[in-house]
Design a protein around this ligand. Structure first.
Ligand code: ATP
Length: 237
């Protein structure tokens, strides 16, 4: 079953169309990756899905609901959580306070002790920095915080924009390990946008290639990783 079905999605910024008739779907409990060069429209795709771009056309069906034209906050409440490039944590708030913001959309409106403990177990560096201001965290810790905050809202679909951006390989491995755990343990569905194609294909079940706003290739991640043209263009092998 698909949690997300996107049909003929066209979106951009004012008169500038960036995405052209993008059609794809994501099965529940799987990880889909979108690969593409700089400027291909990956970030724009995530923004369009989470309702940030006025003028978006086409059909986006999420968990049986039509999203195009719906406000971002309502889309988030339906269980679609977007972790933007650059993480979007609140630098002046502490780790704990940032996490509380993540649970605002949950039924209780605040994180339970058990949920917080689960996040600190998944991301031990956050437990050590619980009372530190988010702005003082390392890049890796900020990415962990952004992920933990999103997970506390118990999303049905997590949109991740370049989670590896600017991070050391060891930290990237730690973060992807945690993602794998959450996907396996909790059946989370993920749409992962990455310039690091090797990383994305290692994590994803299925992948799409976006080229100048159009999907030009798709397939099971393992097959794309073996495809010579994909290897030449995106894996630099
Ligand atoms: P990157 O990996 O560099 O972030 P991307 O695949 O995510 O690339 P987008 O950020 O979606 O690409 O950008 C796609 C196109 O939209 C680019 O040509 C970019 O210049 C343009 N664009 C992005 N943001 C805006 C904006 N706010 N206003 C106008 N054009 C924009």
């Amino acid at each position: 079953m698909s949690v997300l079905e996107v049909k003929d999605l066209t979106a951009g910024y004012g008169p500038v169309r960036v995405l052209h008739d993008v059609t794809f779907s994501i099965d529940t409990g799987t990880v889909a990756a979108v690969l593409g060069a700089n400027g291909a429209g990956k970030t724009t795709l995530l923004r369009a899905l989470s309702g940030m771009l006025p003028g978006t056309k086409g059909t986006v069906t999420f968990d049986g609901r039509k999203l195009v034209g719906m406000r971002t906050e309502r889309i988030a409440r339906l269980g679609l959580s977007h972790v933007p490039e650059g993480r979007g944590t609140f630098p002046d708030l502490t780790v704990e306070e940032n996490l509380a913001v993540g649970a605002l959309l949950s039924p209780a409106g605040r994180p339970s002790r058990a949920d917080l403990d689960r996040m600190y177990e998944l991301f031990p560096p956050l437990a050590r920095r619980e009372h530190a201001q988010a702005g003082l965290l390392s890049g890796g810790e900020q990415q962990m915080l952004a992920l933990a905050r999103a997970l506390l809202g118990r999303p049905k679909l997590l949109l991740l924009d370049e989670p590896s951006m600017g991070l050391a390989p060891l930290v990237v491995r730690q973060i992807f390990e945690v993602l794998r755990t959450v996907v396996a343990d909790e059946g989370l569905t993920c749409l992962l946008v990455e310039q690091n194609a090797q990383l994305a294909l290692g994590m994803a079940d299925y992948a799409y290639v976006l080229t100048v706003g159009e999907i030009t290739a798709e397939g099971p991640a393992a097959e794309l990783a073996d495809d010579q043209a994909i290897r030449n263009s995106y894996l630099a092998l």
